[in-house]
Design a protein around this ligand. Sequence first.
Ligand code: ZN
Length: 239
Amino acid sequence: MTKKRAFKIFLTLIFIAACACCLYWLKGHSAPQLIGQAFFKVNTTEKIIALTFDDGPSPIFTPQILDILKKHIIKATFFVLGEKAQKYPELLKRIYEEGHEIGNHSWSHRRLIFKSPSFIRREILETDRIIREAGYKGPIHFRAPYGNKLIILPWILKTMDRPHILFDIIPKDWELPSPHLISQRVMDELHPGAIILLHDGDGDRSNAVTALDGLIADINKRGYKFLKITDLLREHNEK
Ligand code: ZN
């Protein structure tokens, strides 16, 4: 092999590695979305935030979370999974009857990257259908599993005229940090317009539930108001 040919192969390999790194970075939950509109937070100086719960509903944790929200008289947004929502329509009913918003977090929580457009559409539309069948009449925003997006999902959301709702405060409750650490992670990053990611389903969410009561009290003490996602986005659109 000539030196020139070896150099060309080397450059090609570097290029492929760079593309792979770029794709890996772009699929991440904090990477920018290349198509359509994505919200990681809302730009505002007002002390308003949104509390969001993913991966439910869960017959164990969702009712406990709803009780805590009711006690503090605050509203939140629940990004539910279609396959779970189908099993527990009465929990969906309780969520919206208590004034909270319901979002769509896909049907099966599979990563919606490197999947066909028809698969992705089905994951979204079937979950919408179950949410509507439970009697929910409010807006249904979408959040991708793991916040993964790349190209096809954002393009599909754009054709549906739906923004992608992500998050910018991630206390990583799925790693089961102590309730104290969950609260501390949120409080350290708290800022106007934040979207906080917690979970009510698909695993042991007991530490997040234990943290929640004190966390809401701490956020209140700092003078913040809790809004549902649609109300937080309205703040953005009215600017
Ligand atoms: Zn999730």
